[in-house]
Write a protein that binds this ligand. Structure first.
Ligand code: ADP
Length: 183
């Protein structure tokens, strides 16, 4: 099972990705989590990424692409994987296409969680992560609309897109996702 999660910040990608990863016994690969861990450990990657993450900007592709290539070649990805937070712009999506072709892999579904903006802002403010203050949130939503939303169209054209209402209760979203996946 190879899944990509799409959707704006606060849509619940991380929560749902984690639940599905447990349920299918496959790794949950979150670029946001990888970057936050690198920032906490003050690694080279973390030092280079920090200012971008703090401003709500995407980190440069150069910091992310090699990391994804290496991660998808680790042995635990044989049975599948769930990508959360990647691809986040069209050039990352094109990179992933080429990488998967090289690895003889294919993404089964791109799962798009749809949630209205007002709900997103409430959820993000309630979450209280370091990059969840009001100005960063509004920048992240702008960046999402400008750079990440076009990725939805990319997967639609490939026939891989599945959109699910992410504003429902957590359990209902999980149920809907699972029923789309198993069709
Ligand atoms: P959210 O829950 O808001 O979607 P994430 O945890 O996925 O946030 O990501 C947090 C931050 O990490 C982003 O705002 C961005 O700065 C950076 N980031 C995560 N994934 C990527 C990526 N694929 N490309 C560039 N930057 C990324």
């Amino acid at each position: 099972m190879k899944l990509i999660f799409l959707g704006p910040p606060g849509a619940g990608k991380g929560t749902q990705a984690k639940l599905l990863a447990e349920s299918y016994s496959i790794p949950h690969i979150s670029t946001g989590e990888i970057l936050r861990a690198a920032i906490a450990k003050e690694t080279d990657l973390g030092k280079q990424a920090q200012a971008f993450v703090d401003r709500g900007e995407l980190v440069p592709d150069a910091l992310i692409l090699d990391l994804i290539r290496a991660r998808l070649q680790e042995s635990d990805t044989q049975q599948g994987w769930i990508l959360d937070g990647f691809p986040r712009n069209v050039s990352q999506a094109e990179f992933l296409e080429k990488l998967l072709a090289e690895l003889n892999q294919n993404c089964d579904h791109a799962l798009n969680l749809e949630v209205p903006d007002a709900v997103l802002v409430q959820r993000l403010l309630g979450r209280g992560r370091k990059d969840d203050n009001e100005s960063t949130i509004s920048r992240r939503l702008d960046v999402y609309r400008e750079q990440t939303a076009p990725v939805i169209e990319f997967y639609k054209q490939q026939g891989a897109l599945v959109s699910v209402d992410g504003s429902q209760q957590m359990e209902d979203v999980t149920k809907n996702l699972k029923s789309c996946i198993s069709v």
